[in-house]
Each structure stands twice: as structure tokens, then as C-alpha cells.
Design a protein around this ligand. Structure first.
Ligand code: HEC
Ligand code: HEC
Length: 226
């Protein structure tokens, strides 16, 4: 597989959290981290049954793939995503907290146990590896790892992990290998406030400061991350 050289460096290098944050933003994020760490206990408490989840996920395969690899670039891969994040999203679609016509329909009939089982199933699958384009790759990596301090944008690694693996205890999503088309749409939706289910507006407050070019660069970089 053709992999850009920067990616190897990324895996071994430890990245200091919130390196590029201004003092006040750092304080705000630290407060948010503390709040979410407290609420994470209840979010991550229930574990589902992956074998039962596999059967219950049959109707999802048409879009998210039998192996959790989405069939269209604008659809999310689910394989290897954190169980806690997946179940939060399914509850949010069901309640309307996260607005999407397709997923509102798909989640409407799911009971709590179904949500836990399906989430456990997708979380148990090996994560999908994507390949990034060379164009804009360096820019994407710089923002992902260092943020843009002049614009008050924190590094993405602070919450999504040094290699984009997410934070299951806090129900923060893994991003590594996710489809660039889907990532781009989500960042645009956070920016336009079409997606509002991020606790404490964590993602809205970041996305509203990102330009189209920066969103493009981040989406491409994230797809190649693993
Ligand atoms: C007709 C296509 C389709 C089907 C069938 C479908 N989905 Fe989705 N799913 C989508 C799309 C499109 C999105 C992104 C929607 C958005 O922008 O919020 C999505 C998003 C999701 C997400 C959020 C992922 C993330 O990274 O935030 C989860 C979880 C999910 N789907 C689970 C399921 C499950 C479980 C089923 C079966 C019960 C299912 N989907 C069936 C199209 C589909
Ligand atoms: C303060 C913590 C925090 C920081 C910093 C952060 N994120 Fe997030 N991000 C979140 C949380 C929490 C969610 C999930 C919100 C929810 O529950 O739906 C999220 C969701 C996302 C999603 C949607 C994933 C999906 O599967 O639908 C994308 C894309 C994303 N973030 C990209 C980024 C990028 C790019 C950066 C850096 C510019 C960044 N995030 C920085 C906390 C953060």
C-alpha cells in the first residue's frame, strides 16, 4: 500500500496535549474534559453482546457494509469505532438530538439492548484503513496535531488521540481511516449548526473557525491516519 512517510512518524511520536492552545481556550477545554470525564461513567457502563448485535445489524449492511466499511464515501465506516460513541449516536438519532432523516428511520425501532448489542458488534470489527492523497496532507497533519493557535483552534489529538483512535471512556469518536467525504460533511454540519449533538458545543466551537480549505485538508489527512 502506498503510504505517505509522515504517517510512520505520527505513530511513534508522543504529542503533548493542547500544545497550541491559548491559555483561555486551554482552560475551557480542560473544564470540558473534566465535565465529560464525570459523565463518561454512565455513558460507557453498559456493554452489549457482539454476537447478538451481528444479527441485529443485518439491515444496516446495505449502507455500512457487512464488515462495517461503508459503501459510499459520504457514509461513515463503523468498524472499530468505540462502542460508547456508537451507542450515543444511535440514541441521539432515535431521540432526534442528531438530526438525519435516514438514521432517524433506521434507529426508530431499536430498543436500548439492540443499541448496545449493535454497537458492541461494530466495535469488535477491525478498523478500516484508508489512503490519503498527497495534496494538502502536510497542512492537514499540522492542524490535526498542532491546531491553529492564531484562530483559537485546538489540536484534534487532544480529544481524538494522537493517532485518531478516540477516547472510549468519554465516548469521543475514533477518526482514523474514516471516509474523507463523511468527515468533510460532519465538519461542515458542525460549522453550520446542522449537527448539534456534541456536548458543550465542543465540535461546533471548533468547526465554526475552520475554512473550507482547512476542512478539506483535515478530512484527507484523517482518512490516511491509522
Ligand atoms: C440507507 C443507508 C443507511 C442505512 C440502511 C443505515 N445507515 Fe447508518 N448512516 C447512514 C448515513 C448517511 C449516516 C450519516 C448521517 C449523518 O450525517 O448524520 C449514518 C450514520 C450512522 C452512525 C453514526 C456514525 C458516526 O460516525 O457518527 C451510526 C452509528 C449508524 N449510522 C448506525 C447504523 C445502524 C446500526 C444501522 C442499521 C440499524 C444503520 N446505520 C443503517 C446511512 C445508513
Ligand atoms: C474538546 C474535545 C475535542 C476536540 C479538541 C476536537 N474534537 Fe472532534 N469531536 C469531539 C466530540 C466529543 C465529538 C462527538 C460529539 C458527539 O457526541 O456527537 C467529536 C466529533 C468529531 C467528528 C465527527 C465524527 C463522526 O464519526 O461523526 C469529527 C469529524 C471531528 N470531531 C473532527 C475533529 C477535528 C478535525 C478536530 C481538530 C480540528 C477535532 N475534532 C477536535 C471532541 C473534540
Amino acid at each position: 500500500m502506498d503510504r505517505p512517510p509522515q504517517f510512520n512518524a505520527l505513530l511513534i511520536q508522543e504529542i503533548p496535549m493542547f500544545k497550541a492552545l491559548s491559555k483561555s481556550t486551554a482552560h475551557r477545554v480542560a473544564t470540558i474534559l473534566a465535565i465529560v470525564a464525570l459523565s463518561a461513567v454512565s455513558t460507557a457502563a453498559v456493554a452489549g453482546d457482539p454476537a447478538a448485535g451481528k444479527n441485529k445489524a443485518a439491515s444496516c449492511a446495505g449502507c455500512h457494509g457487512l464488515d462495517g466499511k461503508a459503501l459510499l464515501p459520504e457514509y461513515p465506516n463503523l468498524a472499530g469505532q468505540n462502542e460508547s460513541y456508537l451507542s450515543k449516536q444511535l440514541r441521539d438519532y432515535k431521540s432526534g438530538e442528531r438530526a438525519n432523516a435516514i438514521m432517524a428511520g433506521m434507529s426508530a425501532a431499536l430498543q436500548d439492548e439492540d443499541i448496545e448489542d449493535i454497537s458492541a458488534y461494530y466495535a469488535s470489527l477491525p478498523p478500516i484503513e484508508g489512503i490519503a492523497n498527497e495534496e494538502g496532507l502536510q497542512r492537514g497533519m499540522d492542524i490535526f496535531r498542532g491546531g491553529i493557535s492564531a484562530a483559537g483552534i485546538p489540536s484534534c489529538t487532544g480529544c481524538h488521540g494522537a493517532s485518531g483512535q478516540g477516547n472510549p471512556a468519554a465516548a469521543w469518536p475514533a477518526l482514523a481511516g474514516q471516509n474523507a467525504g463523511y468527515i468533510k460533511l460532519q465538519l461542515e454540519h458542525f460549522r453550520s449548526k446542522e449537527r448539534t449533538n456534541d456536548p458543550n458545543a465542543m465540535m461546533r466551537s471548533i468547526a465554526e473557525r475552520l475554512t473550507d480549505t482547512e476542512i478539506q485538508a483535515l478530512s484527507n489527512y484523517i482518512m490516511g491516519l491509522h
